[in-house]
Design a protein around this ligand. Structure first.
Ligand code: 5GP
Length: 203
């Protein structure tokens, strides 16, 4: 893929969507790979923008047709990154952000070794619990399950490249932006341009 791939994961309620939204406001040339899911839209979510909402049969047919780079079952629903969604962005030398769970991150790293993995952490489990409650989309039982899953899931941060604590959204966005910008400055990304401008031979 000519563009960079930035994989963002983190427990439910950590503020990943807000972080990605703000990051893309700050870096408007950053693409977003819209996943497919079998879960129902929540609130203001629009088809083709937040997700491609499909039924189970469609999703299973796509699995059979090898349409997904990766897919996973998360909270009893199916989620997947299609090759076409990823390619439509990354092929145009556009950097692309993905919001996927830890299974997805592992699979994407296997496919695209150069992908950059970022894990978003809450300042504490207590804060995460409070945010889930404030979001008001889950009952007590669902919150308990999400916290249980988060405690387990967070252990996976050990194999991510970057860890970002989301205590303050703007600070977290600034950190994520720094990761993207520093990747863009890597020699491998800049050397072709420099070689086009100056008389430079190999490293
Ligand atoms: P939500 O239902 O809250 O939007 O997402 C639930 C979980 O599914 C989140 O952890 C999110 O990162 C993950 N997810 C969203 N899209 C994908 C995808 O395409 N692949 C995988 N593996 N996980 C995804």
């Amino acid at each position: 893929m000519p563009g960079g791939i930035y994989v963002i994961s983190g427990p439910s309620g950590v503020g990943k969507s807000a972080l990605i939204r703000r990051l893309r406001e700050m870096l408007p040339d950053l693409g977003y790979s819209v996943s497919h899911t079998t879960r129902k839209p929540r609130g203001e979510e629009a088809d083709g923008v937040h997700y491609h909402f499909v039924d189970k049969e469609t999703f299973k047919r796509m699995i059979d047709e090898a349409a997904f780079v990766e897919w996973a079952e998360v909270y009893k629903d199916l989620y997947g990154t299609s090759f076409s969604s990823l390619r439509s962005q990354a092929a145009q030398e556009v950097d692309v952000v993905l919001d996927v769970d830890v299974q997805g991150a592992r699979n994407l790293r296997e496919h695209f070794e150069e992908s950059v993995l970022i894990y978003v952490l809450p300042p504490s489990i207590g804060v995460l619990e409070r945010r889930l409650r404030e979001r008001g989309t889950d009952d007590e039982e669902a919150i308990r399950k999400r916290i249980e899953k988060a405690t387990e899931e967070i252990r996976n941060c050990v194999w991510y490249d970057y860890l970002i604590f989301n205590a303050d959204l703007e600070k977290a966005v600034e950190e994520a932006k720094s990761v993207v910008v520093s990747q863009r400055c890597r020699r491998s990304r800049q050397l072709p341009k420099a070689q086009g401008l100056f008389d430079i031979t190999g490293p």
